[in-house]
Design a protein around this ligand. Structure first.
Ligand SMILES: Cc1cc2nc3c(=O)[nH]c(=O)nc-3n(C[C@H](O)[C@H](O)[C@H](O)COP(=O)(O)OP(=O)(O)OC[C@H]3O[C@@H](n4cnc5c(N)ncnc54)[C@H](O)[C@@H]3O)c2cc1C
Length: 461
C-alpha cells in the first residue's frame, strides 16, 4: 500500500519522492531520460564535451519551498547569493539595484533613486505603481484576473521608458511572457511577493555547480525507504481499471503501485491517459487548452573576460539577461545569455542567433566589441513553460480529484498545477510537496516569508 509510482524525475517528481520517503512510503521514480532534473538540468555538449546547463536557473529568497528542497537534498551551500542586480546602461557604468538598510518595501529606495537608466519622471511613475500594488494587497490583485498586466501599467500611467527598461525585463524574465500577454495577477504577485513584502524575498541565488549536480543526493535519500529512481524508463500509459489507477505501463513492463503521481508536463500527461481515464477525471479535460511559451539560452565563450559583474540585465534589448559563468585557467570567459518569451527566435538558426545576441552583448559590454566569441551553443526550449495568459489560472488542476470528479489515487504534480506560482522551480517543488501530502496527509508546504511591518502598514498581506 505504500508503493507510489512517480512519473517524471524533474523537480516536482523528486520533491514528491523526497517527502514520500520521509513519511515512510516507497516512491518509484520513472524518468525517461538518463538523468534527473527535467527542464532544470545540465547536458554534455557533444561539440566540446563540456557540461552545460540547459539554461541558467535563478532562485530567489521568496522561493521558500525550493530552498527547503535544496536543504533536504543537502545542497544549499551550492547556491551563491546575490543582493545586487546590475542593469546595463552604456556608455555609463551599470546601474546597481541593491537591498539597503531600510525595511521592505523601502529596501531598494536608495539605489533605485541613484539609477541613471531611467529619469526622475520614470521613477515617480514606478513608485506610484508600486504604491498601488501595495495598497491593493494580495487579495486586490484578484480583481485584475482576466486582464493583462499592461492594462495596469497603462492605468497607472507608466512612461514608455519605465515600461521598456524596468517593468518589461522583470515581467518577461519572471513570467516568460510580455506584460501585454501575461495575466495581470501573475505579474503583480512577482512584484508584491518578490520585491515589496520582505527584504530577503528579492535576493537572487545561482547554483555554483551544474544544475544536474544539485540532484546527486536524491537517489540515496529515496533508497532509504526502499524507493528507487529508474532512469531511462519511459512511461507509456497510466494503468486504469475503470475506477482506480493501478500502476504505470513502461517500456520495461508494468510498475504496480497503490497510487500514481504524474509529474510530467501537461501535454505529456494527456498522452499517458486513455480516453476512458480522461473521461473519468475532470482534471484532465482542460489540459489541451493550455499553451506554452519558449525560452532561448545561448552559451558563448570569449577568449578574454568581457563581463565583470556576476550578471547583467539588458533593459529594452532583445536579450534580457547575461550571466557570468566564470573564467577558465586559460582566461576564457563563459557567458550565458537568456531570452525569455522567445517566440521570435525559435525559427532562427544558430548563426543568426549568435549575431543578434552578440549585438546585445557588444552594446552592454564594451570589451566584447573587438572580440568574436570562440564558441556559441544555443539551446531552444520551445515548450519551456506554460503561458500564463488570462484564463490560464482556472485551467490549473490541484493534486487531488475534487468535487467535479476524478480518480482518487491519481495525483497530479508539475509546475503547471494549481500552485498560484509562475512556471518556476518553486512552483514545481510546491506541486511535488502538495502531491506527496495528498498521500501522506502531512503538511509539507513552507510558511511564506511574512510581509514586513512597514509593508503591512502600506497594505500588503
Ligand atoms: C529554459 C528555461 C529556463 C528556466 N529558467 C528558470 C529560472 O530561472 N528560475 C526558475 O525558477 N524556473 C525556471 N524555469 C522553469 C523550471 O525549469 C521549471 O518550472 C521546472 O523545472 C519544472 O519542473 P517539473 O518537475 O514540473 O517539470 P519537468 O522539469 O518538465 O520534469 C518532467 C520530467 O518528466 C520526464 N518525462 C516526461 N515524459 C515522461 C514519460 N513518458 N516517462 C517518464 N518520464 C517522463 C521528463 O524527462 C522530465 O524529466 C526555466 C525553464 C526553462 C525551460
Amino acid at each position: 500500500m505504500k508503493r507510489v509510482a512517480i512519473v517524471g524525475g524533474g523537480i516536482a517528481g523528486i520533491a514528491a519522492a523526497l517527502r514520500l520517503s520521509e513519511a515512510g512510503f516507497t516512491p518509484i521514480v520513472l524518468e525517461t531520460r538518463g538523468k534527473l532534473g527535467g527542464r532544470a538540468t545540465s547536458f554534455v555538449d557533444p561539440r566540446t564535451g563540456k557540461i552545460l546547463d540547459n539554461c541558467q536557473h535563478v532562485a530567489m529568497g521568496c522561493c521558500v519551498n525550493l530552498l527547503d528542497f535544496y536543504q533536504r537534498l543537502g545542497v544549499l551551500e551550492r547556491m551563491q547569493w546575490h543582493k545586487e542586480t546590475y542593469w546595463a546602461n552604456p556608455p555609463h557604468e551599470p546601474d546597481v539595484m541593491r537591498s539597503g538598510w531600510l525595511p521592505a518595501p523601502a529596501q531598494f529606495t536608495g539605489s533605485f533613486m541613484r539609477m541613471r537608466m531611467i529619469s526622475f519622471k520614470d521613477k515617480v511613475a514606478i513608485a506610484f505603481a508600486m504604491f498601488k500594488l501595495m495598497r491593493m494587497g494580495y487579495a486586490g490583485r484578484e480583481r485584475w484576473r482576466g486582464r493583462v498586466f499592461m492594462d495596469f501599467l497603462q492605468e497607472t500611467r507608466q512612461t514608455t521608458r519605465a515600461i521598456e527598461r524596468f517593468w518589461e525585463p522583470v515581467v518577461v524574465s519572471a513570467c516568460n511572457l510580455s506584460s501585454a500577454r501575461v495575466d495581470a495577477p501573475m505579474a503583480m504577485k512577482v512584484f508584491q511577493e518578490g520585491f515589496l513584502s520582505h527584504r530577503f524575498a528579492s535576493a537572487m541565488a545561482l547554483s555554483v555547480v551544474p544544475l544536474l549536480d544539485l540532484y546527486d543526493p536524491a537517489e540515496a535519500i529515496i533508497a532509504k525507504t526502499g524507493g528507487q529512481v529508474k532512469l531511462g524508463v519511459s512511461a507509456q500509459a497510466i494503468a486504469f481499471d475503470g475506477e482506480r489507477v493501478t500502476g504505470v505501463v513502461t517500456n520495461e513492463g508494468l510498475v504496480q503501485a497503490a497510487a500514481v503521481i504524474s509529474a510530467v508536463p501537461f501535454d505529456r500527461l494527456l498522452k499517458l491517459c486513455s480516453p476512458t481515464l480522461q473521461a473519468k477525471d475532470a482534471r484532465l479535460r482542460n489540459l489541451d487548452h493550455m499553451t506554452t511559451s519558449p525560452i532561448l539560452g545561448v552559451h558563448l565563450v570569449y577568449e578574454k573576460p568581457v563581463l565583470d559583474q556576476p550578471h547583467m540585465v539588458l533593459p529594452a534589448r532583445a536579450t534580457q539577461w547575461l550571466f557570468n559563468k566564470g573564467v577558465d585557467d586559460a582566461g576564457r570567459q563563459h557567458i550565458h545569455a537568456v531570452i525569455s518569451g522567445a517566440d521570435a527566435w525559435m525559427d532562427l538558426d544558430e548563426a543568426d542567433i549568435a549575431r543578434r545576441v552578440r549585438h546585445d552583448i557588444d552594446w552592454a559590454c564594451p570589451r566584447a566589441r573587438s572580440l568574436a566569441p570562440t564558441e556559441v551553443r544555443s539551446v531552444k526550449e520551445k515548450r519551456a513553460t506554460f503561458a500564463a495568459v488570462p484564463g490560464f489560472e482556472a485551467l490549473r488542476p490541484g493534486p487531488r480529484a475534487n468535487a467535479t470528479g476524478g480518480v482518487d489515487n491519481l495525483i497530479l504534480a508539475g509546475d503547471w498545477c494549481d500552485t498560484g506560482w509562475p512556471a518556476t522551480m518553486e512552483g514545481a517543488v510546491r506541486s511535488g510537496y502538495a502531491a506527496a501530502d495528498a498521500i501522506t496527509k502531512n503538511n509539507s508546504l513552507q510558511q511564506e516569508l511574512p510581509a514586513a511591518l512597514l509593508a503591512r502598514v502600506a497594505g500588503l498581506g
